[in-house]
Design a protein around this ligand. Structure first.
Ligand code: ATP
Ligand code: MG
Length: 708
């Protein structure tokens, strides 16, 4: 599924499926499944798997099942099943009537086990768990055969039957597959396939006291359901030989297991077990806490399903584990909310402003635009009066350099309202802290412009004190202080890196009156501050509670700003080609100072922030409606292609000739939505603006190789 671009980016799984369809494998069926274990709430890593499995099925006209992988009765709960279903529906995916449970197959799996025993491929083993571990050997040493390995089929059948009927205690015996104790793959050293567990199961109750192990369940369940492509994460790669072994031994339909790299996200953890620890040990109140990387947490925080789906499409699928910067997730929600969230004004840390020359009992309504990105969202009225609130941060009694907002004697614009000038301040007698500002307004500047053309350097948001609503606002920061809190190198527990400031609650905020009755879950942009969402749990009509979804600016914006400055420099040189070039050629050596306004010098550290890579052009197209642009799909070895646009059409009227060429891409530019599509990197080129040539390579660097 993709929403930012009409053609989904190719990836290796899409390629496998496309090839299978070409070869008419599985009679042209594409059948996937999403198989969560109901032992916790889903997180953003699962979202990747959901988007992939449901997305591929949709794309190829197939079906995707929801299968609860509920083989472990001790950790599973109905609450989790319900939450998982809610989360998948929220993404807009539908499994129709195909809601399955591995536990539905317990009877069939039991029969499969008996079939293996009868074929001499499974045996009951009386070794203890500890002994089994000892016998298994290590990566460097082969294992030893269990003394029970050669029991007769009859004895095995009898013992397995008695295991089922509850005759033996937990842990006293297991059923094992008889494969190869010397296999270099530890999973193949006679793995346990059934264990005794006198425990009640959330669906089968007390019917069973033996339970199949995951490896003996998963592939067979795939097979029973006729799954064609069983997509799972890389840690199962070593289990694939076992997956295939069971399928062959049982002579049943053979789904193909395909592994991809799981999503890791910086400044958070991606494991239900760890997330559960945070809750059980009281660090976080619940699964849907807006700081959690869970789907329910992100939803409560204000994330939209589209933004997460776009994120999943953007990160693609790869064969190698990596860490995705959480800034990319934030970028995705910002991009989505920018289009759809109405703008409002709210003041988080208020300071009172009295407009001395504004009449006491007057109130006027000013017109404000709801979303400059979407005129169809209309306008609204906001009340203006003599007493207002602005942000404490927007005033400095002694303004530092480059502080352009309000200060004594200085004039600024109030958004949609008037210019105001600060005439004086009132301080707390004891602390000396400024508690109130006194200003004058210029009635001629209504709407935001001065008829005499004078300019101000800042526009502030504000609310009218008497008309505003009070609100609580919760600001969220990264859950962890360290990008990879589970990095085991330093041996510390991941919880040591919890960010003590991950939540900041502000209780005396004021928001504009149009927010009265705002429905839980509705999302807004608070001008200049970020995107906020009405909390679905704690917000009440009398007391609104907002969660900050994301700020307006991100860490990537800084990088982008840097890139932009450099691009402008670049453009400056090329566009005003003659004078700038001459200046460069004739005066550069002794008059570098003269160039400063055009081209700011940078340090080697600045330069190292630009991540340049080798990219191979895989697809090339003319861009319809543009005289200059061509669209290139380039390969950086990431398991998917990136889309880029280059203004080189005059040089390459037949862009196909670029296919296979190795070019240089700036790979860490923040993605940009351009008129013709999403741009995911900038290609380097040289020449004058009419004849720009892409820089290409001699020799054979690989896609993704660093360029320095
Ligand atoms: P956790 O370690 O968080 O419990 P899990 O893999 O045990 O994760 P499951 O409920 O078994 O959780 O996962 C359901 C599906 O989601 C599996 O196919 C699994 O491979 C996939 N999945 C889980 N975590 C991720 C992730 N971080 N990135 C991509 N897919 C994931
Ligand atoms: Mg699991």
């Amino acid at each position: 599924m993709t929403t930012t671009d009409s053609t989904p980016a190719p990836n290796f799984i899409r390629n496998i499926i496309a090839e299978d369809l070409k070869a008419n494998k599985n009679e042209g069926r594409v059948y996937t499944r999403f198989p969560p274990e109901p032992n916790g709430y889903l997180h953003i890593g699962h979202a990747k798997s959901i988007c992939l499995n449901f997305g591929l099925a949709q794309e190829f006209g197939g079906l995707c099942n929801l299968r609860f992988d509920d083989t472990d009765p001790s950790k599973e709960e109905v609450e989790y099943v319900e939450s998982i279903k809610e989360d998948i529906r929220w993404f807009g995916f539908d499994w129709q009537d195909r809601e399955f449970y591995a536990s539905d197959y317990f009877e069939q799996l039991h029969e499969y086990a008996i079939q293996l025993i009868k074929n001499g491929k499974a045996y009951v083993c009386d070794l203890s768990a500890k002994e089994i571990r000892e016998y298994r050997g290590t990566l460097t040493e082969p294992g030893k055969n269990s003394p029970y390995r050669n029991r007769s089929v009859e004895e095995n059948l009898d013992l397995f039957d008695r295991m089922r009927s509850g005759e033996f205690e937990d842990g006293s015996r297991v059923l094992r597959a008889k494969i190869d104790m010397t296999s270099p793959n530890l999973n193949m050293r006679d793995p346990v396939i059934y264990r005794i567990l006198h425990a009640e199961h959330h669906r089968t109750g007390n019917t069973w006291c033996i339970y199949p192990m995951y490896d003996f369940t998963h592939g067979q369940s795939d097979s029973i359901e006729g799954i064609t492509h069983s997509i799972c994460t890389l840690e199962f790669e070593d289990h694939r030989p076992l997956y295939d072994w069971f399928i062959y031994a049982l002579k049943i339909f053979h789904p193909q297991q395909i592994e991809f790299a799981r999503l890791n996200l910086s400044y958070t953890v991606m494991s239900k077990r760890m997330l559960l620890q945070l809750i059980e040990q009281g660090y976080i109140p619940g699964w849907d806490d807006p700081r959690m990387p869970t789907i329910s947490g992100l939803r409560r925080r204000g994330y939209t399903p589209e933004s997460i789906r776009n994120f999943c499409e953007r990160i693609g699928v790869a064969k190698r584990d990596s860490m995705v910067d959480i800034a990319l997730l934030e970028y995705s929600v910002r991009e989505n909310l920018n289009k759809r969230a109405p703008r409002v004004m709210g003041v988080l840390r208020p300071i009172r402003v009295v407009i001395d020359n504004y009449p006491e009992n007057k109130m006027e309504e000013l017109e404000a635009v709801n979303n400059p990105e979407d005129p169809s969202m209309g306008t609204r009225k906001i009340p203006f009066s003599r007493v207002l609130y602005i942000e404490q941060d927007d005033f400095r009694e002694v303004p530092p350099k480059k502080f352009f907002r309000l200060a004594p004697g200085r004039e600024v614009r109030l958004r949609y309202a008037y210019f105001i000038k600060c005439a004086g301040v009132i301080k707390d007698k004891q602390t000396g802290e400024v508690v109130e500002l006194h200003c004058t307004y210029d009635p001629k500047t209504r709407g935001g412009d001065a008829p005499d053309g004078r300019k101000v350097k800042a526009t502030l948001h504000w609310v009218s004190a008497a008309h505003s609503l009070s609100a609580e606002v919760r600001l969220y920061n990264h859950l962890f202080l360290k990008a990879n809190p589970t990095d085991e190198k330093d041996g510390a527990d991941f919880k040591t890196y919890l960010n003590p400031d991950s939540l900041e609650t502000l209780t005396s905020c004021h928001v504009e009156p149009s927010l009265k009755g705002a429905a839980p879950g509705s999302r807004y942009q608070f001008e200049r501050l970020g995107y906020f969402c009405v909390d679905t749990v704690d917000s009440l009509n009398e007391k609104l509670v907002f969660n900050r979804t994301v700020t307006l600016r991100d860490t990537w914006a800084k990088i982008q700003k840097f890139e932009k400055e450099n691009m402008e420099v670049h453009k400056g040189v090329i566009k005003d080609s003659k004078p700038a070039r001459q200046a460069e050629i004739t005066t550069l050596p002794d008059k570098r100072g003269d160039l400063t306004p055009i081209k700011q010098e940078i340090t080697i550290d600045d330069f190292s922030k630009i991540d340049m890579r080798v990219a191979v052009v895989r697809e090339a197209y003319l861009v319809e409606g543009s005289k200059k642009l061509i669209r290139l799909m380039v390969d950086l070895g990431e398991g998917r292609l990136r889309q880029t646009f280059a203004g080189v059409r005059t040089t390459y009227p037949k862009p196909e000739e670029l296919i296979g060429k190795k070019v240089i891409i700036v790979a860490n530019l923040r993605p940009r939505q351009m008129k013709f599509g999403l741009s995911e990197g900038m290609l380097l080129s040289g020449g004058d603006s009419e004849h720009l040539c892409l820089t290409t390579f001699d020799g054979n660097p690989l896609p993704g190789d660093k360029v320095s």
